[in-house]
Design a protein around this ligand. Structure first.
Ligand code: NAP
Length: 311
């Protein structure tokens, strides 16, 4: 029987592992689909405290893993397919690879994944002028027009950020009114480089001979017209989906958007012994440091739960 199984290897997962490792609980971490989580898709991280000169995202994650392993963390490179609370109070964890574990506690730290539009061939275009991360890729498109898709805070924040590099930023939104908070919307729309494209949906990514994006085909939902907008990169900012599909049938409470619901001020889920941490429960802050902090909280909550079982 494991003391604690941590599912996910982003900032939340590794921080939970460092804390439970130092508490001598010998955590088992199951890596997930994208070991290292979302920060492995970024370049420089400039807002993680302690790195005044900045740190590369993949390096930060590698160092967190080393720190966790130094304190006795074991890592299994696999995907969890199912968890289930057992009658004896333990939690069964099954993986795609066919392993089965039982644990006193489980910390769900599986993060969230950016949404894409679902257009044919879209995932093959990622890295060829389609991306979900302005922070990561904005600097690769200096002095050229780009588009941001979406009307929320993320889209407005990314559009404003991209004006640092791009010659023009088309903000393509399917309605005539932004969902974003007023301050973020005003900031984006006040920028002379930002041009809103209202009531519009992207129908197709148009590519050049190399297969890189050269334009988007946009459908106006009011006039019914299609038009081409020449851009070198499309930043899709239509929200994130928490990685919680494997929790179907587990009884763990999810909110209407699929995020794991934490119990009040703790990281407890509705099921005793199952905790969550990071972006899988947080659609508001979604920062590396907030995920790390929440991973620490989940570790402390799990330690207390185990101590109470033993006591
Ligand atoms: P969001 O608020 O859910 O907005 C998603 C946007 O994408 C909406 O405008 C939506 O259109 C559009 N959209 C969704 N699916 C689409 C599709 N298939 N095709 C075209 N458009 C689509 O997501 P978010 O902007 O990522 O924000 C998520 C949360 O993080 C929010 O609570 C936000 O306040 C917070 N956040 C805060 C900050 C900050 O304060 N610095 C920054 C970023 C995010 P509709 O409007 O028509 O639904």
């Amino acid at each position: 029987m494991e003391n604690v199984i941590i599912i996910g290897t982003g900032c939340a997962g590794w921080t939970a592992a460092i804390y439970t490792g130092r508490a001598n609980l010998k955590p088992l971490v199951i890596s997930g689909e994208q070991p290292g989580g979302q920060l492995t898709t970024t370049t420089e991280v400039e807002n993680f405290p302690g790195f005044p000169e900045g740190v590369m995202g993949p390096e930060l994650m590698m160092r967190m893993q080393q720190q966790a392993e130094k304190f006795g963390t074991r890592v299994e490179y696999d995907l969890v397919s199912r968890i289930a609370k057992q009658e004896d109070g333990s939690i069964l964890v099954k993986t795609n690879g066919g392993t089965e574990h039982r644990a006193h506690t489980v910390i769900i730290a599986t993060g969230a994944s950016p949404r894409y539009l679902g257009l044919p061939g879209e995932m093959g275009m990622v890295g060829r002028g389609v991306t979900s991360c302005a922070t990561c890729d904005g600097a690769f498109y200096p002095d050229v027009p780009v588009a941001v898709i979406g009307g929320g805070d993320s889209a407005c924040e990314e559009a404003t950020f991209l004006t640092r590099f791009a010659s023009k930023v088309y903000l393509v939104h399917r309605r005539e009114e932004l969902r974003a908070s007023k301050i973020m919307a005003d900031r984006a729309l006040a920028n002379p480089k930002v041009e809103p494209v209202w009531n519009s949906e992207v129908k197709e990514y148009l590519t050049d001979e190399q297969g890189d994006v050269r334009a988007i085909l946009v459908h106006n939902r009011v006039t019914g017209e299609d038009s081409e907008v020449a851009v070198k990169c499309v930043f899709v900012a239509i929200g994130h989906d928490p990685n919680t599909a494997f929790l179907a049938g587990s009884g763990v409470s999810l909110d209407e958007d699929g995020y794991v619901v934490q119990d009040g001020h703790s990281t407890h889920s509705n099921i005793a012994g199952i905790f969550s941490a990071g972006d899988v429960s947080d659609h508001v802050y979604r920062q590396a440091i907030t995920a790390a902090g929440n991973g620490c909280q989940a570790a402390l909550d799990a330690e207390r739960y185990i101590a109470a079982l033993e006591g």
